[in-house]
Design a binder for this molecule. Structure first.
Ligand code: DGY
Length: 344
C-alpha cells in the first residue's frame, strides 16, 4: 500500500515548507505544525534560516540551497529534508548524512513529462522552430524560399544519450518513432535498455567496457544530456567536447545547467562549431539578462519547465509530502537519497 494511504501525520511535528504547494499536497499536511512560506516566490535566505529553527522536517524546492548553515540553524531536531525535485544538487547530502538527516527526492513521477519536453527541444532546435516563430511575428515572411529557415532532419538521425537513467531511457524510447539510431554513454552498461531500444554503446566491447564520451560526441547528430549534477559531471561538456561534435550537430540539455560550460557553448554556437542547441537549464537560474545565449538565434531557450505539467508537478508535490511524513513517522519513505541514515 502506498505510504500516503496509511499515513497518520505525526501530531505536533514542526514542519517547514518553503513554498505554497498544490492544494492536494497542502491538505495532507493538516496534522503537523506547519510553518509555510505561503508564496509562489522563493523564500529569502534569512527567512529560511529562521523558519527551520527547531523543525523536525523541511520540505524544499530546488531553488533553496540546503547547506551546513541551514542544518546548523535547524539544530538537532531536524530528521528529514524532502526535496520536491528529482535532482538534489541543491542539498549538501554529505552534511545531511553526517548529521543523520534523511534526504528524499521525487524520482519516477516526472520521467515521461521531462522526456516529452526534451523532445520538444530536440524538434525545435533541429527544425529552427523558435527562429521561425520570431520570423513570422516580425513580418519577415514575404515569400517561400528554398532554403529559408531550413534545419536538419530528426528522423533517421543518430541520437546520442548521455546518462541512461530513467529520463535518458524514456527519451531514447521515443526515438523509435523517428527511425533513429540510438547510442548512449553511461557509467554502467544497461542490457535491458539496449534490448528494448536497440541502443548501442558507441563502441561496445563487452560488459566491462566503459564507452568513451568522445566516441558518442563524434558520432551523434543530436546529443541529449541526462546526468545528475555532481563534481564529476560539472562542465562535462566544454570547449573540447563541443569541438568533437559535428558542425551539423545539436545539443540539448534538460538535466542541470552546470553540466555544460555555458561560455564555451555560446562561443561554439556563435562560431557555427555546432548547429544549434536547446536548453531548459542554465549555470545561473533565472538566466541573467546579459547572458550571450539570449542573443543567439540558433539556441532555443526554455525557463526550466521540464516537469511542468499540472499533473506531474502535483504528483511531485504529493511524493515530496509522502516522503516527509513517512520519515517523520519512522517509516521508510518512498524515495530516500541517503538510505544509510535509516540504518543508524
Ligand atoms: C527536477 O526535478 O530535478 C527538475 O529539474 C524539476 O522538475
Amino acid at each position: 500500500m502506498p505510504a500516503t494511504a496509511q499515513a497518520s501525520p505525526p501530531s505536533r511535528a514542526v514542519v517547514a515548507v518553503t513554498r505554497r504547494l498544490p492544494a492536494e499536497a497542502m491538505s495532507r499536511l493538516r496534522g503537523v505544525e506547519l510553518r509555510l512560506w505561503d508564496s509562489d516566490d522563493p523564500i529569502p535566505r534569512k527567512k529560511l534560516l529562521t523558519m527551520v529553527e527547531g523543525a523536525s522536517g523541511l520540505l524544499c524546492l530546488l531553488t533553496e540551497r540546503i547547506d551546513a548553515d541551514v542544518f546548523r540553524a535547524a539544530g538537532p531536531s531536524l530528521r528529514v529534508v524532502s526535496n520536491m525535485a528529482v535532482g538534489y544538487d541543491n542539498i549538501d547530502v554529505t552534511e545531511a548524512t553526517r548529521r543523520g538527516v534523511l534526504v528524499t527526492n521525487t524520482p519516477g513521477v516526472l520521467t515521461e513529462t521531462t522526456a516529452d519536453l526534451t523532445w520538444a527541444l530536440i524538434l525545435a532546435a533541429c527544425r529552427r522552430v523558435g527562429e521561425a516563430i520570431d520570423f513570422l511575428r516580425a513580418d519577415r515572411w514575404t515569400t517561400w524560399r528554398p532554403l529559408e529557415l531550413a534545419g536538419v532532419d530528426v528522423h533517421g538521425a543518430v541520437l546520442g544519450v548521455v546518462g541512461a537513467g530513467r529520463i535518458g531511457q524514456a527519451v531514447a524510447r521515443r526515438a523509435a518513432g523517428f527511425d533513429m539510431e540510438v547510442i548512449y554513454h553511461s557509467r554502467t552498461r544497461k542490457p535491458g535498455f539496449e534490448r528494448e531500444t536497440a541502443a548501442k554503446f558507441p563502441d561496445g566491447r563487452g560488459p566491462s567496457f566503459r564507452p568513451r564520451l568522445a566516441d558518442l560526441l563524434t558520432e551523434a547528430d543530436i546529443v541529449t544530456l541526462h546526468v545528475p549534477l555532481t563534481p564529476e559531471t560539472r562542465h562535462l561538456i566544454g570547449d573540447r567536447e563541443l569541438g568533437l561534435m559535428k558542425p551539423t550537430a545539436v545539443l540539448v540539455n534538460t538535466s542541470r545547467g552546470p553540466v555544460v560550460d555555458e561560455k564555451a557553448l555560446a562561443e561554439a554556437l556563435a562560431r557555427g562549431r555546432i548547429l544549434a542547441a536547446g536548453l531548459d537549464v542554465y549555470e545561473r537560474e533565472p538566466l541573467p539578462p546579459d547572458s550571450p545565449l539570449r542573443r543567439l538565434p540558433n539556441v532555443v531557450l526554455l525557463p526550466h519547465v521540464g516537469s511542468a505539467t499540472v499533473r506531474t508537478r502535483t504528483r511531485m508535490a504529493l511524493l515530496a509530502v509522502d516522503n516527509l511524513l513517512a520519515a517523520l513517522e519512522g517509516r521508510r519513505p518512498p524515495a530516500p537519497v541517503n538510505p544509510e541514515v535509516l540504518r543508524c
